[in-house]
Ligand binder design. Structure first.
Ligand code: ADP
Ligand code: MG
Length: 462
C-alpha cells in the first residue's frame, strides 16, 4: 500500500493525523520534518511500524449496455467510478458491450454478423466473436478514466482470471484467480473487466449467457471479498413491476436475496438470478442503481444488520409482478392414450433427453399439460408426433407471476388475483403456485393488461 493511496482513503484521515502526531513526537530523535520526500518516506516507515496498514476496501461496479451506449452516458458512468475512488475505495468495474440491439458494437449486432456468414457457426466461434463487444467497451471506458487522471486498464475475463467450464454460450464460472486484479488495484489502478466472459482451463474463450455481466460482477465481488457490488442500469432500482409496462411502478428501497431471486427467475431482467445466488453465498450486498441519477437505488441484503435479523419486510406480502413472454402451452389428452402414467413419464423423459426444459407441468389422470419456450415448440411438436402422440399446442402465451416471500398462508391472494384478471376479461390458461409465487399463463396479447391489473389490485404502485 502506498502512502498516497492511504491519504486518498476515508479511513486514511485518521491515519494521517496519527502520522503527523508521530512526526511531531519523534522530532529531534529521528530528525523528521516534512521538508523533503526522503523525510516523507522515513516518516511513512515510522508510521507503518506503529499502525497496521489495512488494505483499502474493494467495491465492484457493473455498467450495463444502456449505460455505455454513448460518449455522454459513458461520462456519467465514469463519474460514478471516480466518485467511488474519491471516497477511498479500490474500484473494479465490469462492463457490458456498448448499447442494445442495432448499436454498432452491441452483442446482437455481432451475432447478426456471424449469422450472416454462417447460420450454423460453431458455438466456439460465436463466443470468440462476442468477446469483441465487451473488449471494445472495456478499453474505451478505461481510457476515459485514464484521460481524467485516474489510471486504469482493461482486462478480459481470461486476463482477470475467470475460469469457466466448456459450455460455450452458457458457461459457468468454476473459479476466479484474482491475483492480477489485486496487483493492479494495489498499484493504484482502476481495473475494468469485460463482463459476460471467461476462459476454460485450456484457454478457450467462453461467454456466460444473457445477463452474464451481472454474474461477472458478483463473482468478482465474492472473489475479491468486496464491500458491495453496484449494478448500474437505466432504471433507479428494483421496481414493483417492469417500468416499461407499469408507469407507476414503485422503487423498492430494500429487498432480500430470496425476493430478488424470485423476481429475476420469473422474468424481472433487471438482474440475472445466477448473479444474486453467487452474491448470496458470501452475503455480499448488491446495490441496484441508475447510472443517470444520484438516487440510492435498491439494496439487496440478507435482512441482517450487524449480525442481527432486522424484520423489515414483515409487512410486505407481495414484492412485485413479473412476466415472461414467448411460451407455448402443450396439452395432451390422456383419454386418447393407452397406459397413461407410463406414457406421461415417457413424454417427460423423451423431451428431457433432447435437452428442452419444460415448465408449468400439471399431471392428472386425464391429461398432461406443460409449457416450453417458443423457440422449442416445433422441436417438441415433432418429438411428440414421432411418439404418435396428438397434442393441442397454443403458441403465443406468456406467464405473469405475483412474487412475495411473505404470502404463504395469507388468504385471498389467489381470489384477488383471479378477480383482477377476470375483471379485465383476461382468459386464464393455467395456474400454479408455490409459497413465494403465484403464476398465471395467459395469451401474450393480454400480458400488459394482466400485469397492470394485478399491480393495481394489490396496490403496489406509487
Ligand atoms: P442493463 O443493460 O443495464 O443490463 P437490462 O435491460 O438488463 O439493463 O435491465 C434493466 C431493465 O430491466 C430496465 O430497463 C427495465 O425495463 C427492466 N425491468 C424488468 N423488470 C424490472 C423490475 N421489476 N424493476 C426494474 N427494472 C425492471
Ligand atoms: Mg442486464
Amino acid at each position: 500500500m502506498r502512502i498516497g493511496d492511504i491519504l486518498k482513503g476515508k479511513k486514511a484521515k485518521g491515519y494521517f493525523s496519527l502520522w503527523l502526531f508521530i512526526i511531531k513526537n519523534k522530532k529531534g530523535k529521528n530528525a523528521t520534518s516534512q521538508d523533503d520526500m526522503g523525510t516523507f518516506r522515513l516518516s511513512s516507515k515510522i508510521y507503518s511500524r506503529f499502525v497496521e496498514v489495512k488494505p483499502m476496501e474493494i467495491i465492484v461496479q457493473k455498467f450495463g449496455g444502456t449505460s455505455l451506449a454513448t460518449k455522454e452516458k459513458m461520462e456519467m458512468a465514469a463519474k460514478k467510478v471516480i466518485d467511488a475512488k474519491k471516497e477511498g475505495y479500490d474500484v473494479v468495474v465490469v462492463v457490458s458491450a456498448m448499447g442494445r440491439k442495432g448499436a454498432p458494437y452491441a452483442t446482437d449486432t455481432l451475432l447478426n454478423l456471424i449469422q450472416e456468414a454462417n447460420q450454423n457457426a460453431s458455438p466456439r466461434e460465436v463466443d470468440l466473436l462476442l468477446h469483441c463487444g465487451e473488449i471494445i467497451s472495456s478499453v474505451v471506458f478505461s481510457q476515459i478514466l485514464t484521460s481524467k487522471g485516474y489510471e486504469s486498464l482493461a482486462l478480459t475475463g481470461a486476463q482477470a482470471g475467470i475460469i469457466t467450464d466448456k459450455s460455450f454460450s452458457e458457461a459457468r464460472i468454476l473459479k476466479i484467480k484474482p491475483d492480477k486484479i489485486k496487483k493492479h488495484l494495489k498499484e493504484g489502478r482502476i481495473v475494468v473487466v469485460t463482463g459476460f466472459q471467461g476462459a476454460t482451463e485450456d484457454g478457450e474463450l467462453t461467454t456466460l449467457g444473457r445477463g452474464g455481466s451481472d454474474t461477472t460482477a458478483t463473482a468478482l465481488g465474492v472473489a475479491l471479498d468486496a464491500k458491495y457490488v453496484e449494478i448500474f442500469t437505466d432504471v433507479d432500482g428494483i421496481k414493483t413491476a417492469d417500468p416499461r409496462i407499469v408507469d407507476n411502478a414503485k422503487t423498492l428501497e430494500t429487498v432480500t436475496y430470496s425476493e430478488i431471486c424470485q423476481l429475476a427467475h420469473q422474468g424481472a431482467k433487471v438482474i440475472h438470478p445466477r448473479a444474486v445466488e453467487i452474491a448470496m453465498q458470501k452475503d455480499i450486498p448488491i446495490k441496484i442503481r441508475s447510472t443517470f441519477s444520484d438516487t440510492p437505488g435498491t439494496l439487496v441484503t440478507n435482512c441482517r444488520e450487524n449480525g442481527q435479523t432486522v424484520d423489515i419486510f414483515a409487512y410486505r406480502i407481495i414484492t412485485g409482478i413479473t412476466h415472461m413472454g414467448d411460451l407455448s402451452q402443450i396439452r395432451i389428452n390422456m383419454h386418447e392414450q393407452k397406459d397413461s402414467s407410463k406414457m406421461q413419464l415417457n413424454i417427460l423423459k423423451t423431451i428431457a433427453a433432447s435437452k428442452i426444459s419444460i415448465d408449468f407441468i400439471n399431471i392428472s389422470p386425464q391429461e398432461i399439460v406443460f409449457t416450453v419456450a417458443g423457440k422449442n415448440t416445433t422441436k417438441v411438436e415433432s418429438i411428440l408426433s414421432e411418439m404418435n402422440i396428438k397434442a393441442n399446442i397454443t403458441r403465443g402465451c406468456a406467464m405473469v407471476s405475483i412474487v412475495g416471500v411473505n404470502m404463504m398462508g395469507v388468504p385471498g391472494v389467489m381470489a384477488d388475483s383471479v378477480e383482477a384478471l377476470v375483471e379485465k376479461d383476461i382468459q386464464i390458461l393455467q395456474t400454479a403456485d408455490s409459497y413465494t409465487t403465484v403464476w398465471y399463463l395467459v395469451k401474450e396479447q393480454d400480458i400488459e393488461k394482466a400485469i397492470i391489473a394485478l399491480h393495481n389490485k394489490f396496490e403496489l404502485g406509487n
